[in-house]
Design a protein around this ligand. Structure first.
Ligand SMILES: NC(=O)c1ccc[n+]([C@@H]2O[C@H](COP(=O)([O-])OP(=O)(O)OC[C@H]3O[C@@H](n4cnc5c(N)ncnc54)[C@H](OP(=O)(O)O)[C@@H]3O)[C@@H](O)[C@H]2O)c1
Length: 325
């Protein structure tokens, strides 16, 4: 089968299409003919060799990136119901291997794709979806909240904006760069949108402040957002697409009466595999019922995985980026 393989850390050009052996399903596994593979921002950082601060250990090379796939089951391993062959499923592969024509999923990680949902839409709701649901649950957003979402036109951002709206919050503020992304954030439910590429963007919010910050960008933007929190507010960092995390001095949050919530805790309790599975299932159900709209912003053929990574790094993408083998 064909797969996009990284043999050396470096630029997007390190992703090269190769002929590799077909995976063979082991006990409890499904072999899926991939119809759509999700691209995650963190995979661009890992590919570049910038893993410091991410929850991922550097993968051993050669590495086939991709932890989110959707497609049709073509074979089953020992202990798996063989009648699953032909089923349309989506799930997280766990150890990469998604940028390929075929991939393995553990049976208990696979979700049936709801009817009327395309493979690309389904795959856009996996890691990204459970992250957005998990963050919303962690922050326990409610009617009194003014919620600030950074990179509000991104894969996680467009879902966070919608989930905050659904929780009935008082106001959603969407931050993004450029007119196109600001218009999208508005379309997906942000009440107020601000371009954080404009110096002084936070002045418009500094009097009233905000009660929740979802920080996926970090760096100076995360810091400026942190400073908008009023007492009782919650700051939830879950990424650093700017290249650096948000710096908060020890004791600073307590001094300001603000709570920092840790999204990257151990894989237990609210982050256990069972809870994360339920979070993805909830979102697939919400989308199938028309309550949440997935945004597959751009698709690339599998052979153009390098172009997909380059587009993400140039900040050209909106919503989820998906590869189509
Ligand atoms: N998707 C997941 O499953 C998941 C899970 C856990 C954590 N995260 C983390 O959450 C963050 C957002 O994820 P995502 O899936 O929504 O990513 P995404 O769709 O690729 O969007 C990332 C956005 O970050 C913004 N950005 C700000 N500074 C940037 C820079 N210097 N270079 C590139 N982009 C920059 C861009 O929006 P603007 O141009 O509007 O600024 C960009 O569109 C990432 O840090 C990711 O690692 C994601």
């Amino acid at each position: 089968m064909l797969a996009s393989v990284v043999r050396e850390y470096g630029g997007p050009e390190q992703l090269r299409l190769e002929d590799v052996p077909d995976p063979v399903p082991g006990p409890g596994e499904l072999l899926v003919r991939v119809e759509a593979a999700g691209v995650q921002f963190v995979e661009t950082q890992v590919r570049a060799g910038r893993m410091a601060g991410t929850p991922l250990a550097p993968p051993s090379l050669p590495w086939v990136p991709g932890s989110e796939v959707a497609g049709t089951v073509v074979a089953t391993g020992e202990g798996v119901d063989p009648s699953l062959v032909g089923a349309r499923v989506t799930g997280r592969t766990g150890q990469g291997g998604g940028y390929a024509e075929s991939a393995l999923l553990r049976e208990h990680d696979a979700h049936p794709i709801p009817e009327r949902l395309g493979a690309a839409e389904a795959v856009s709701l996996l890691g990204t979806g459970r992250t957005a649901v998990g963050l919303t649950e962690l922050a326990a957003v409610g009617p009194d909240d003014v919620v600030l979402v950074e990179s509000a036109a991104s894969a996680v951002g467009t879902l966070l904006v919608q989930l905050a709206r659904q929780a009935g919050v008082r106001r959603v503020v969407g931050l993004a760069r450029g007119e196109r992304k600001l218009a999208l954030a508005k379309e997906f439910g942000a009440d107020t949108v601000l371009d954080y590429a404009e110096p002084g963007w936070s002045a418009a919010l500094s009097d009233a402040g905000v009660s929740v910050v979802f920080d996926g960008v970090g760096g100076t933007i995360g810091r400026e957002a942190f400073e908008l929190l009023r007492p009782g507010g919650r700051f939830i960092a879950f990424g650093f697409s700017s290249g650096a995390g948000t710096t908060i001095a020890p004791g600073e949050a307590e001094q300001r009466g603000v709570t920092t919530l840790d999204y990257f805790g151990p894989p237990t309790g609210a982050r256990s595999p069972e809870v994360q599975h339920r979070q993805t299932r909830d979102l697939l159900t919400a989308v199938a019922a028309g309550r949440v709209r997935p945004l597959v912003g751009q698709t690339f053929p599998l052979r153009d995985a390098a172009a997909a990574h380059a587009a993400i790094e140039r900040r050209e993408t909106v919503g989820k980026t998906v590869l189509l083998p």
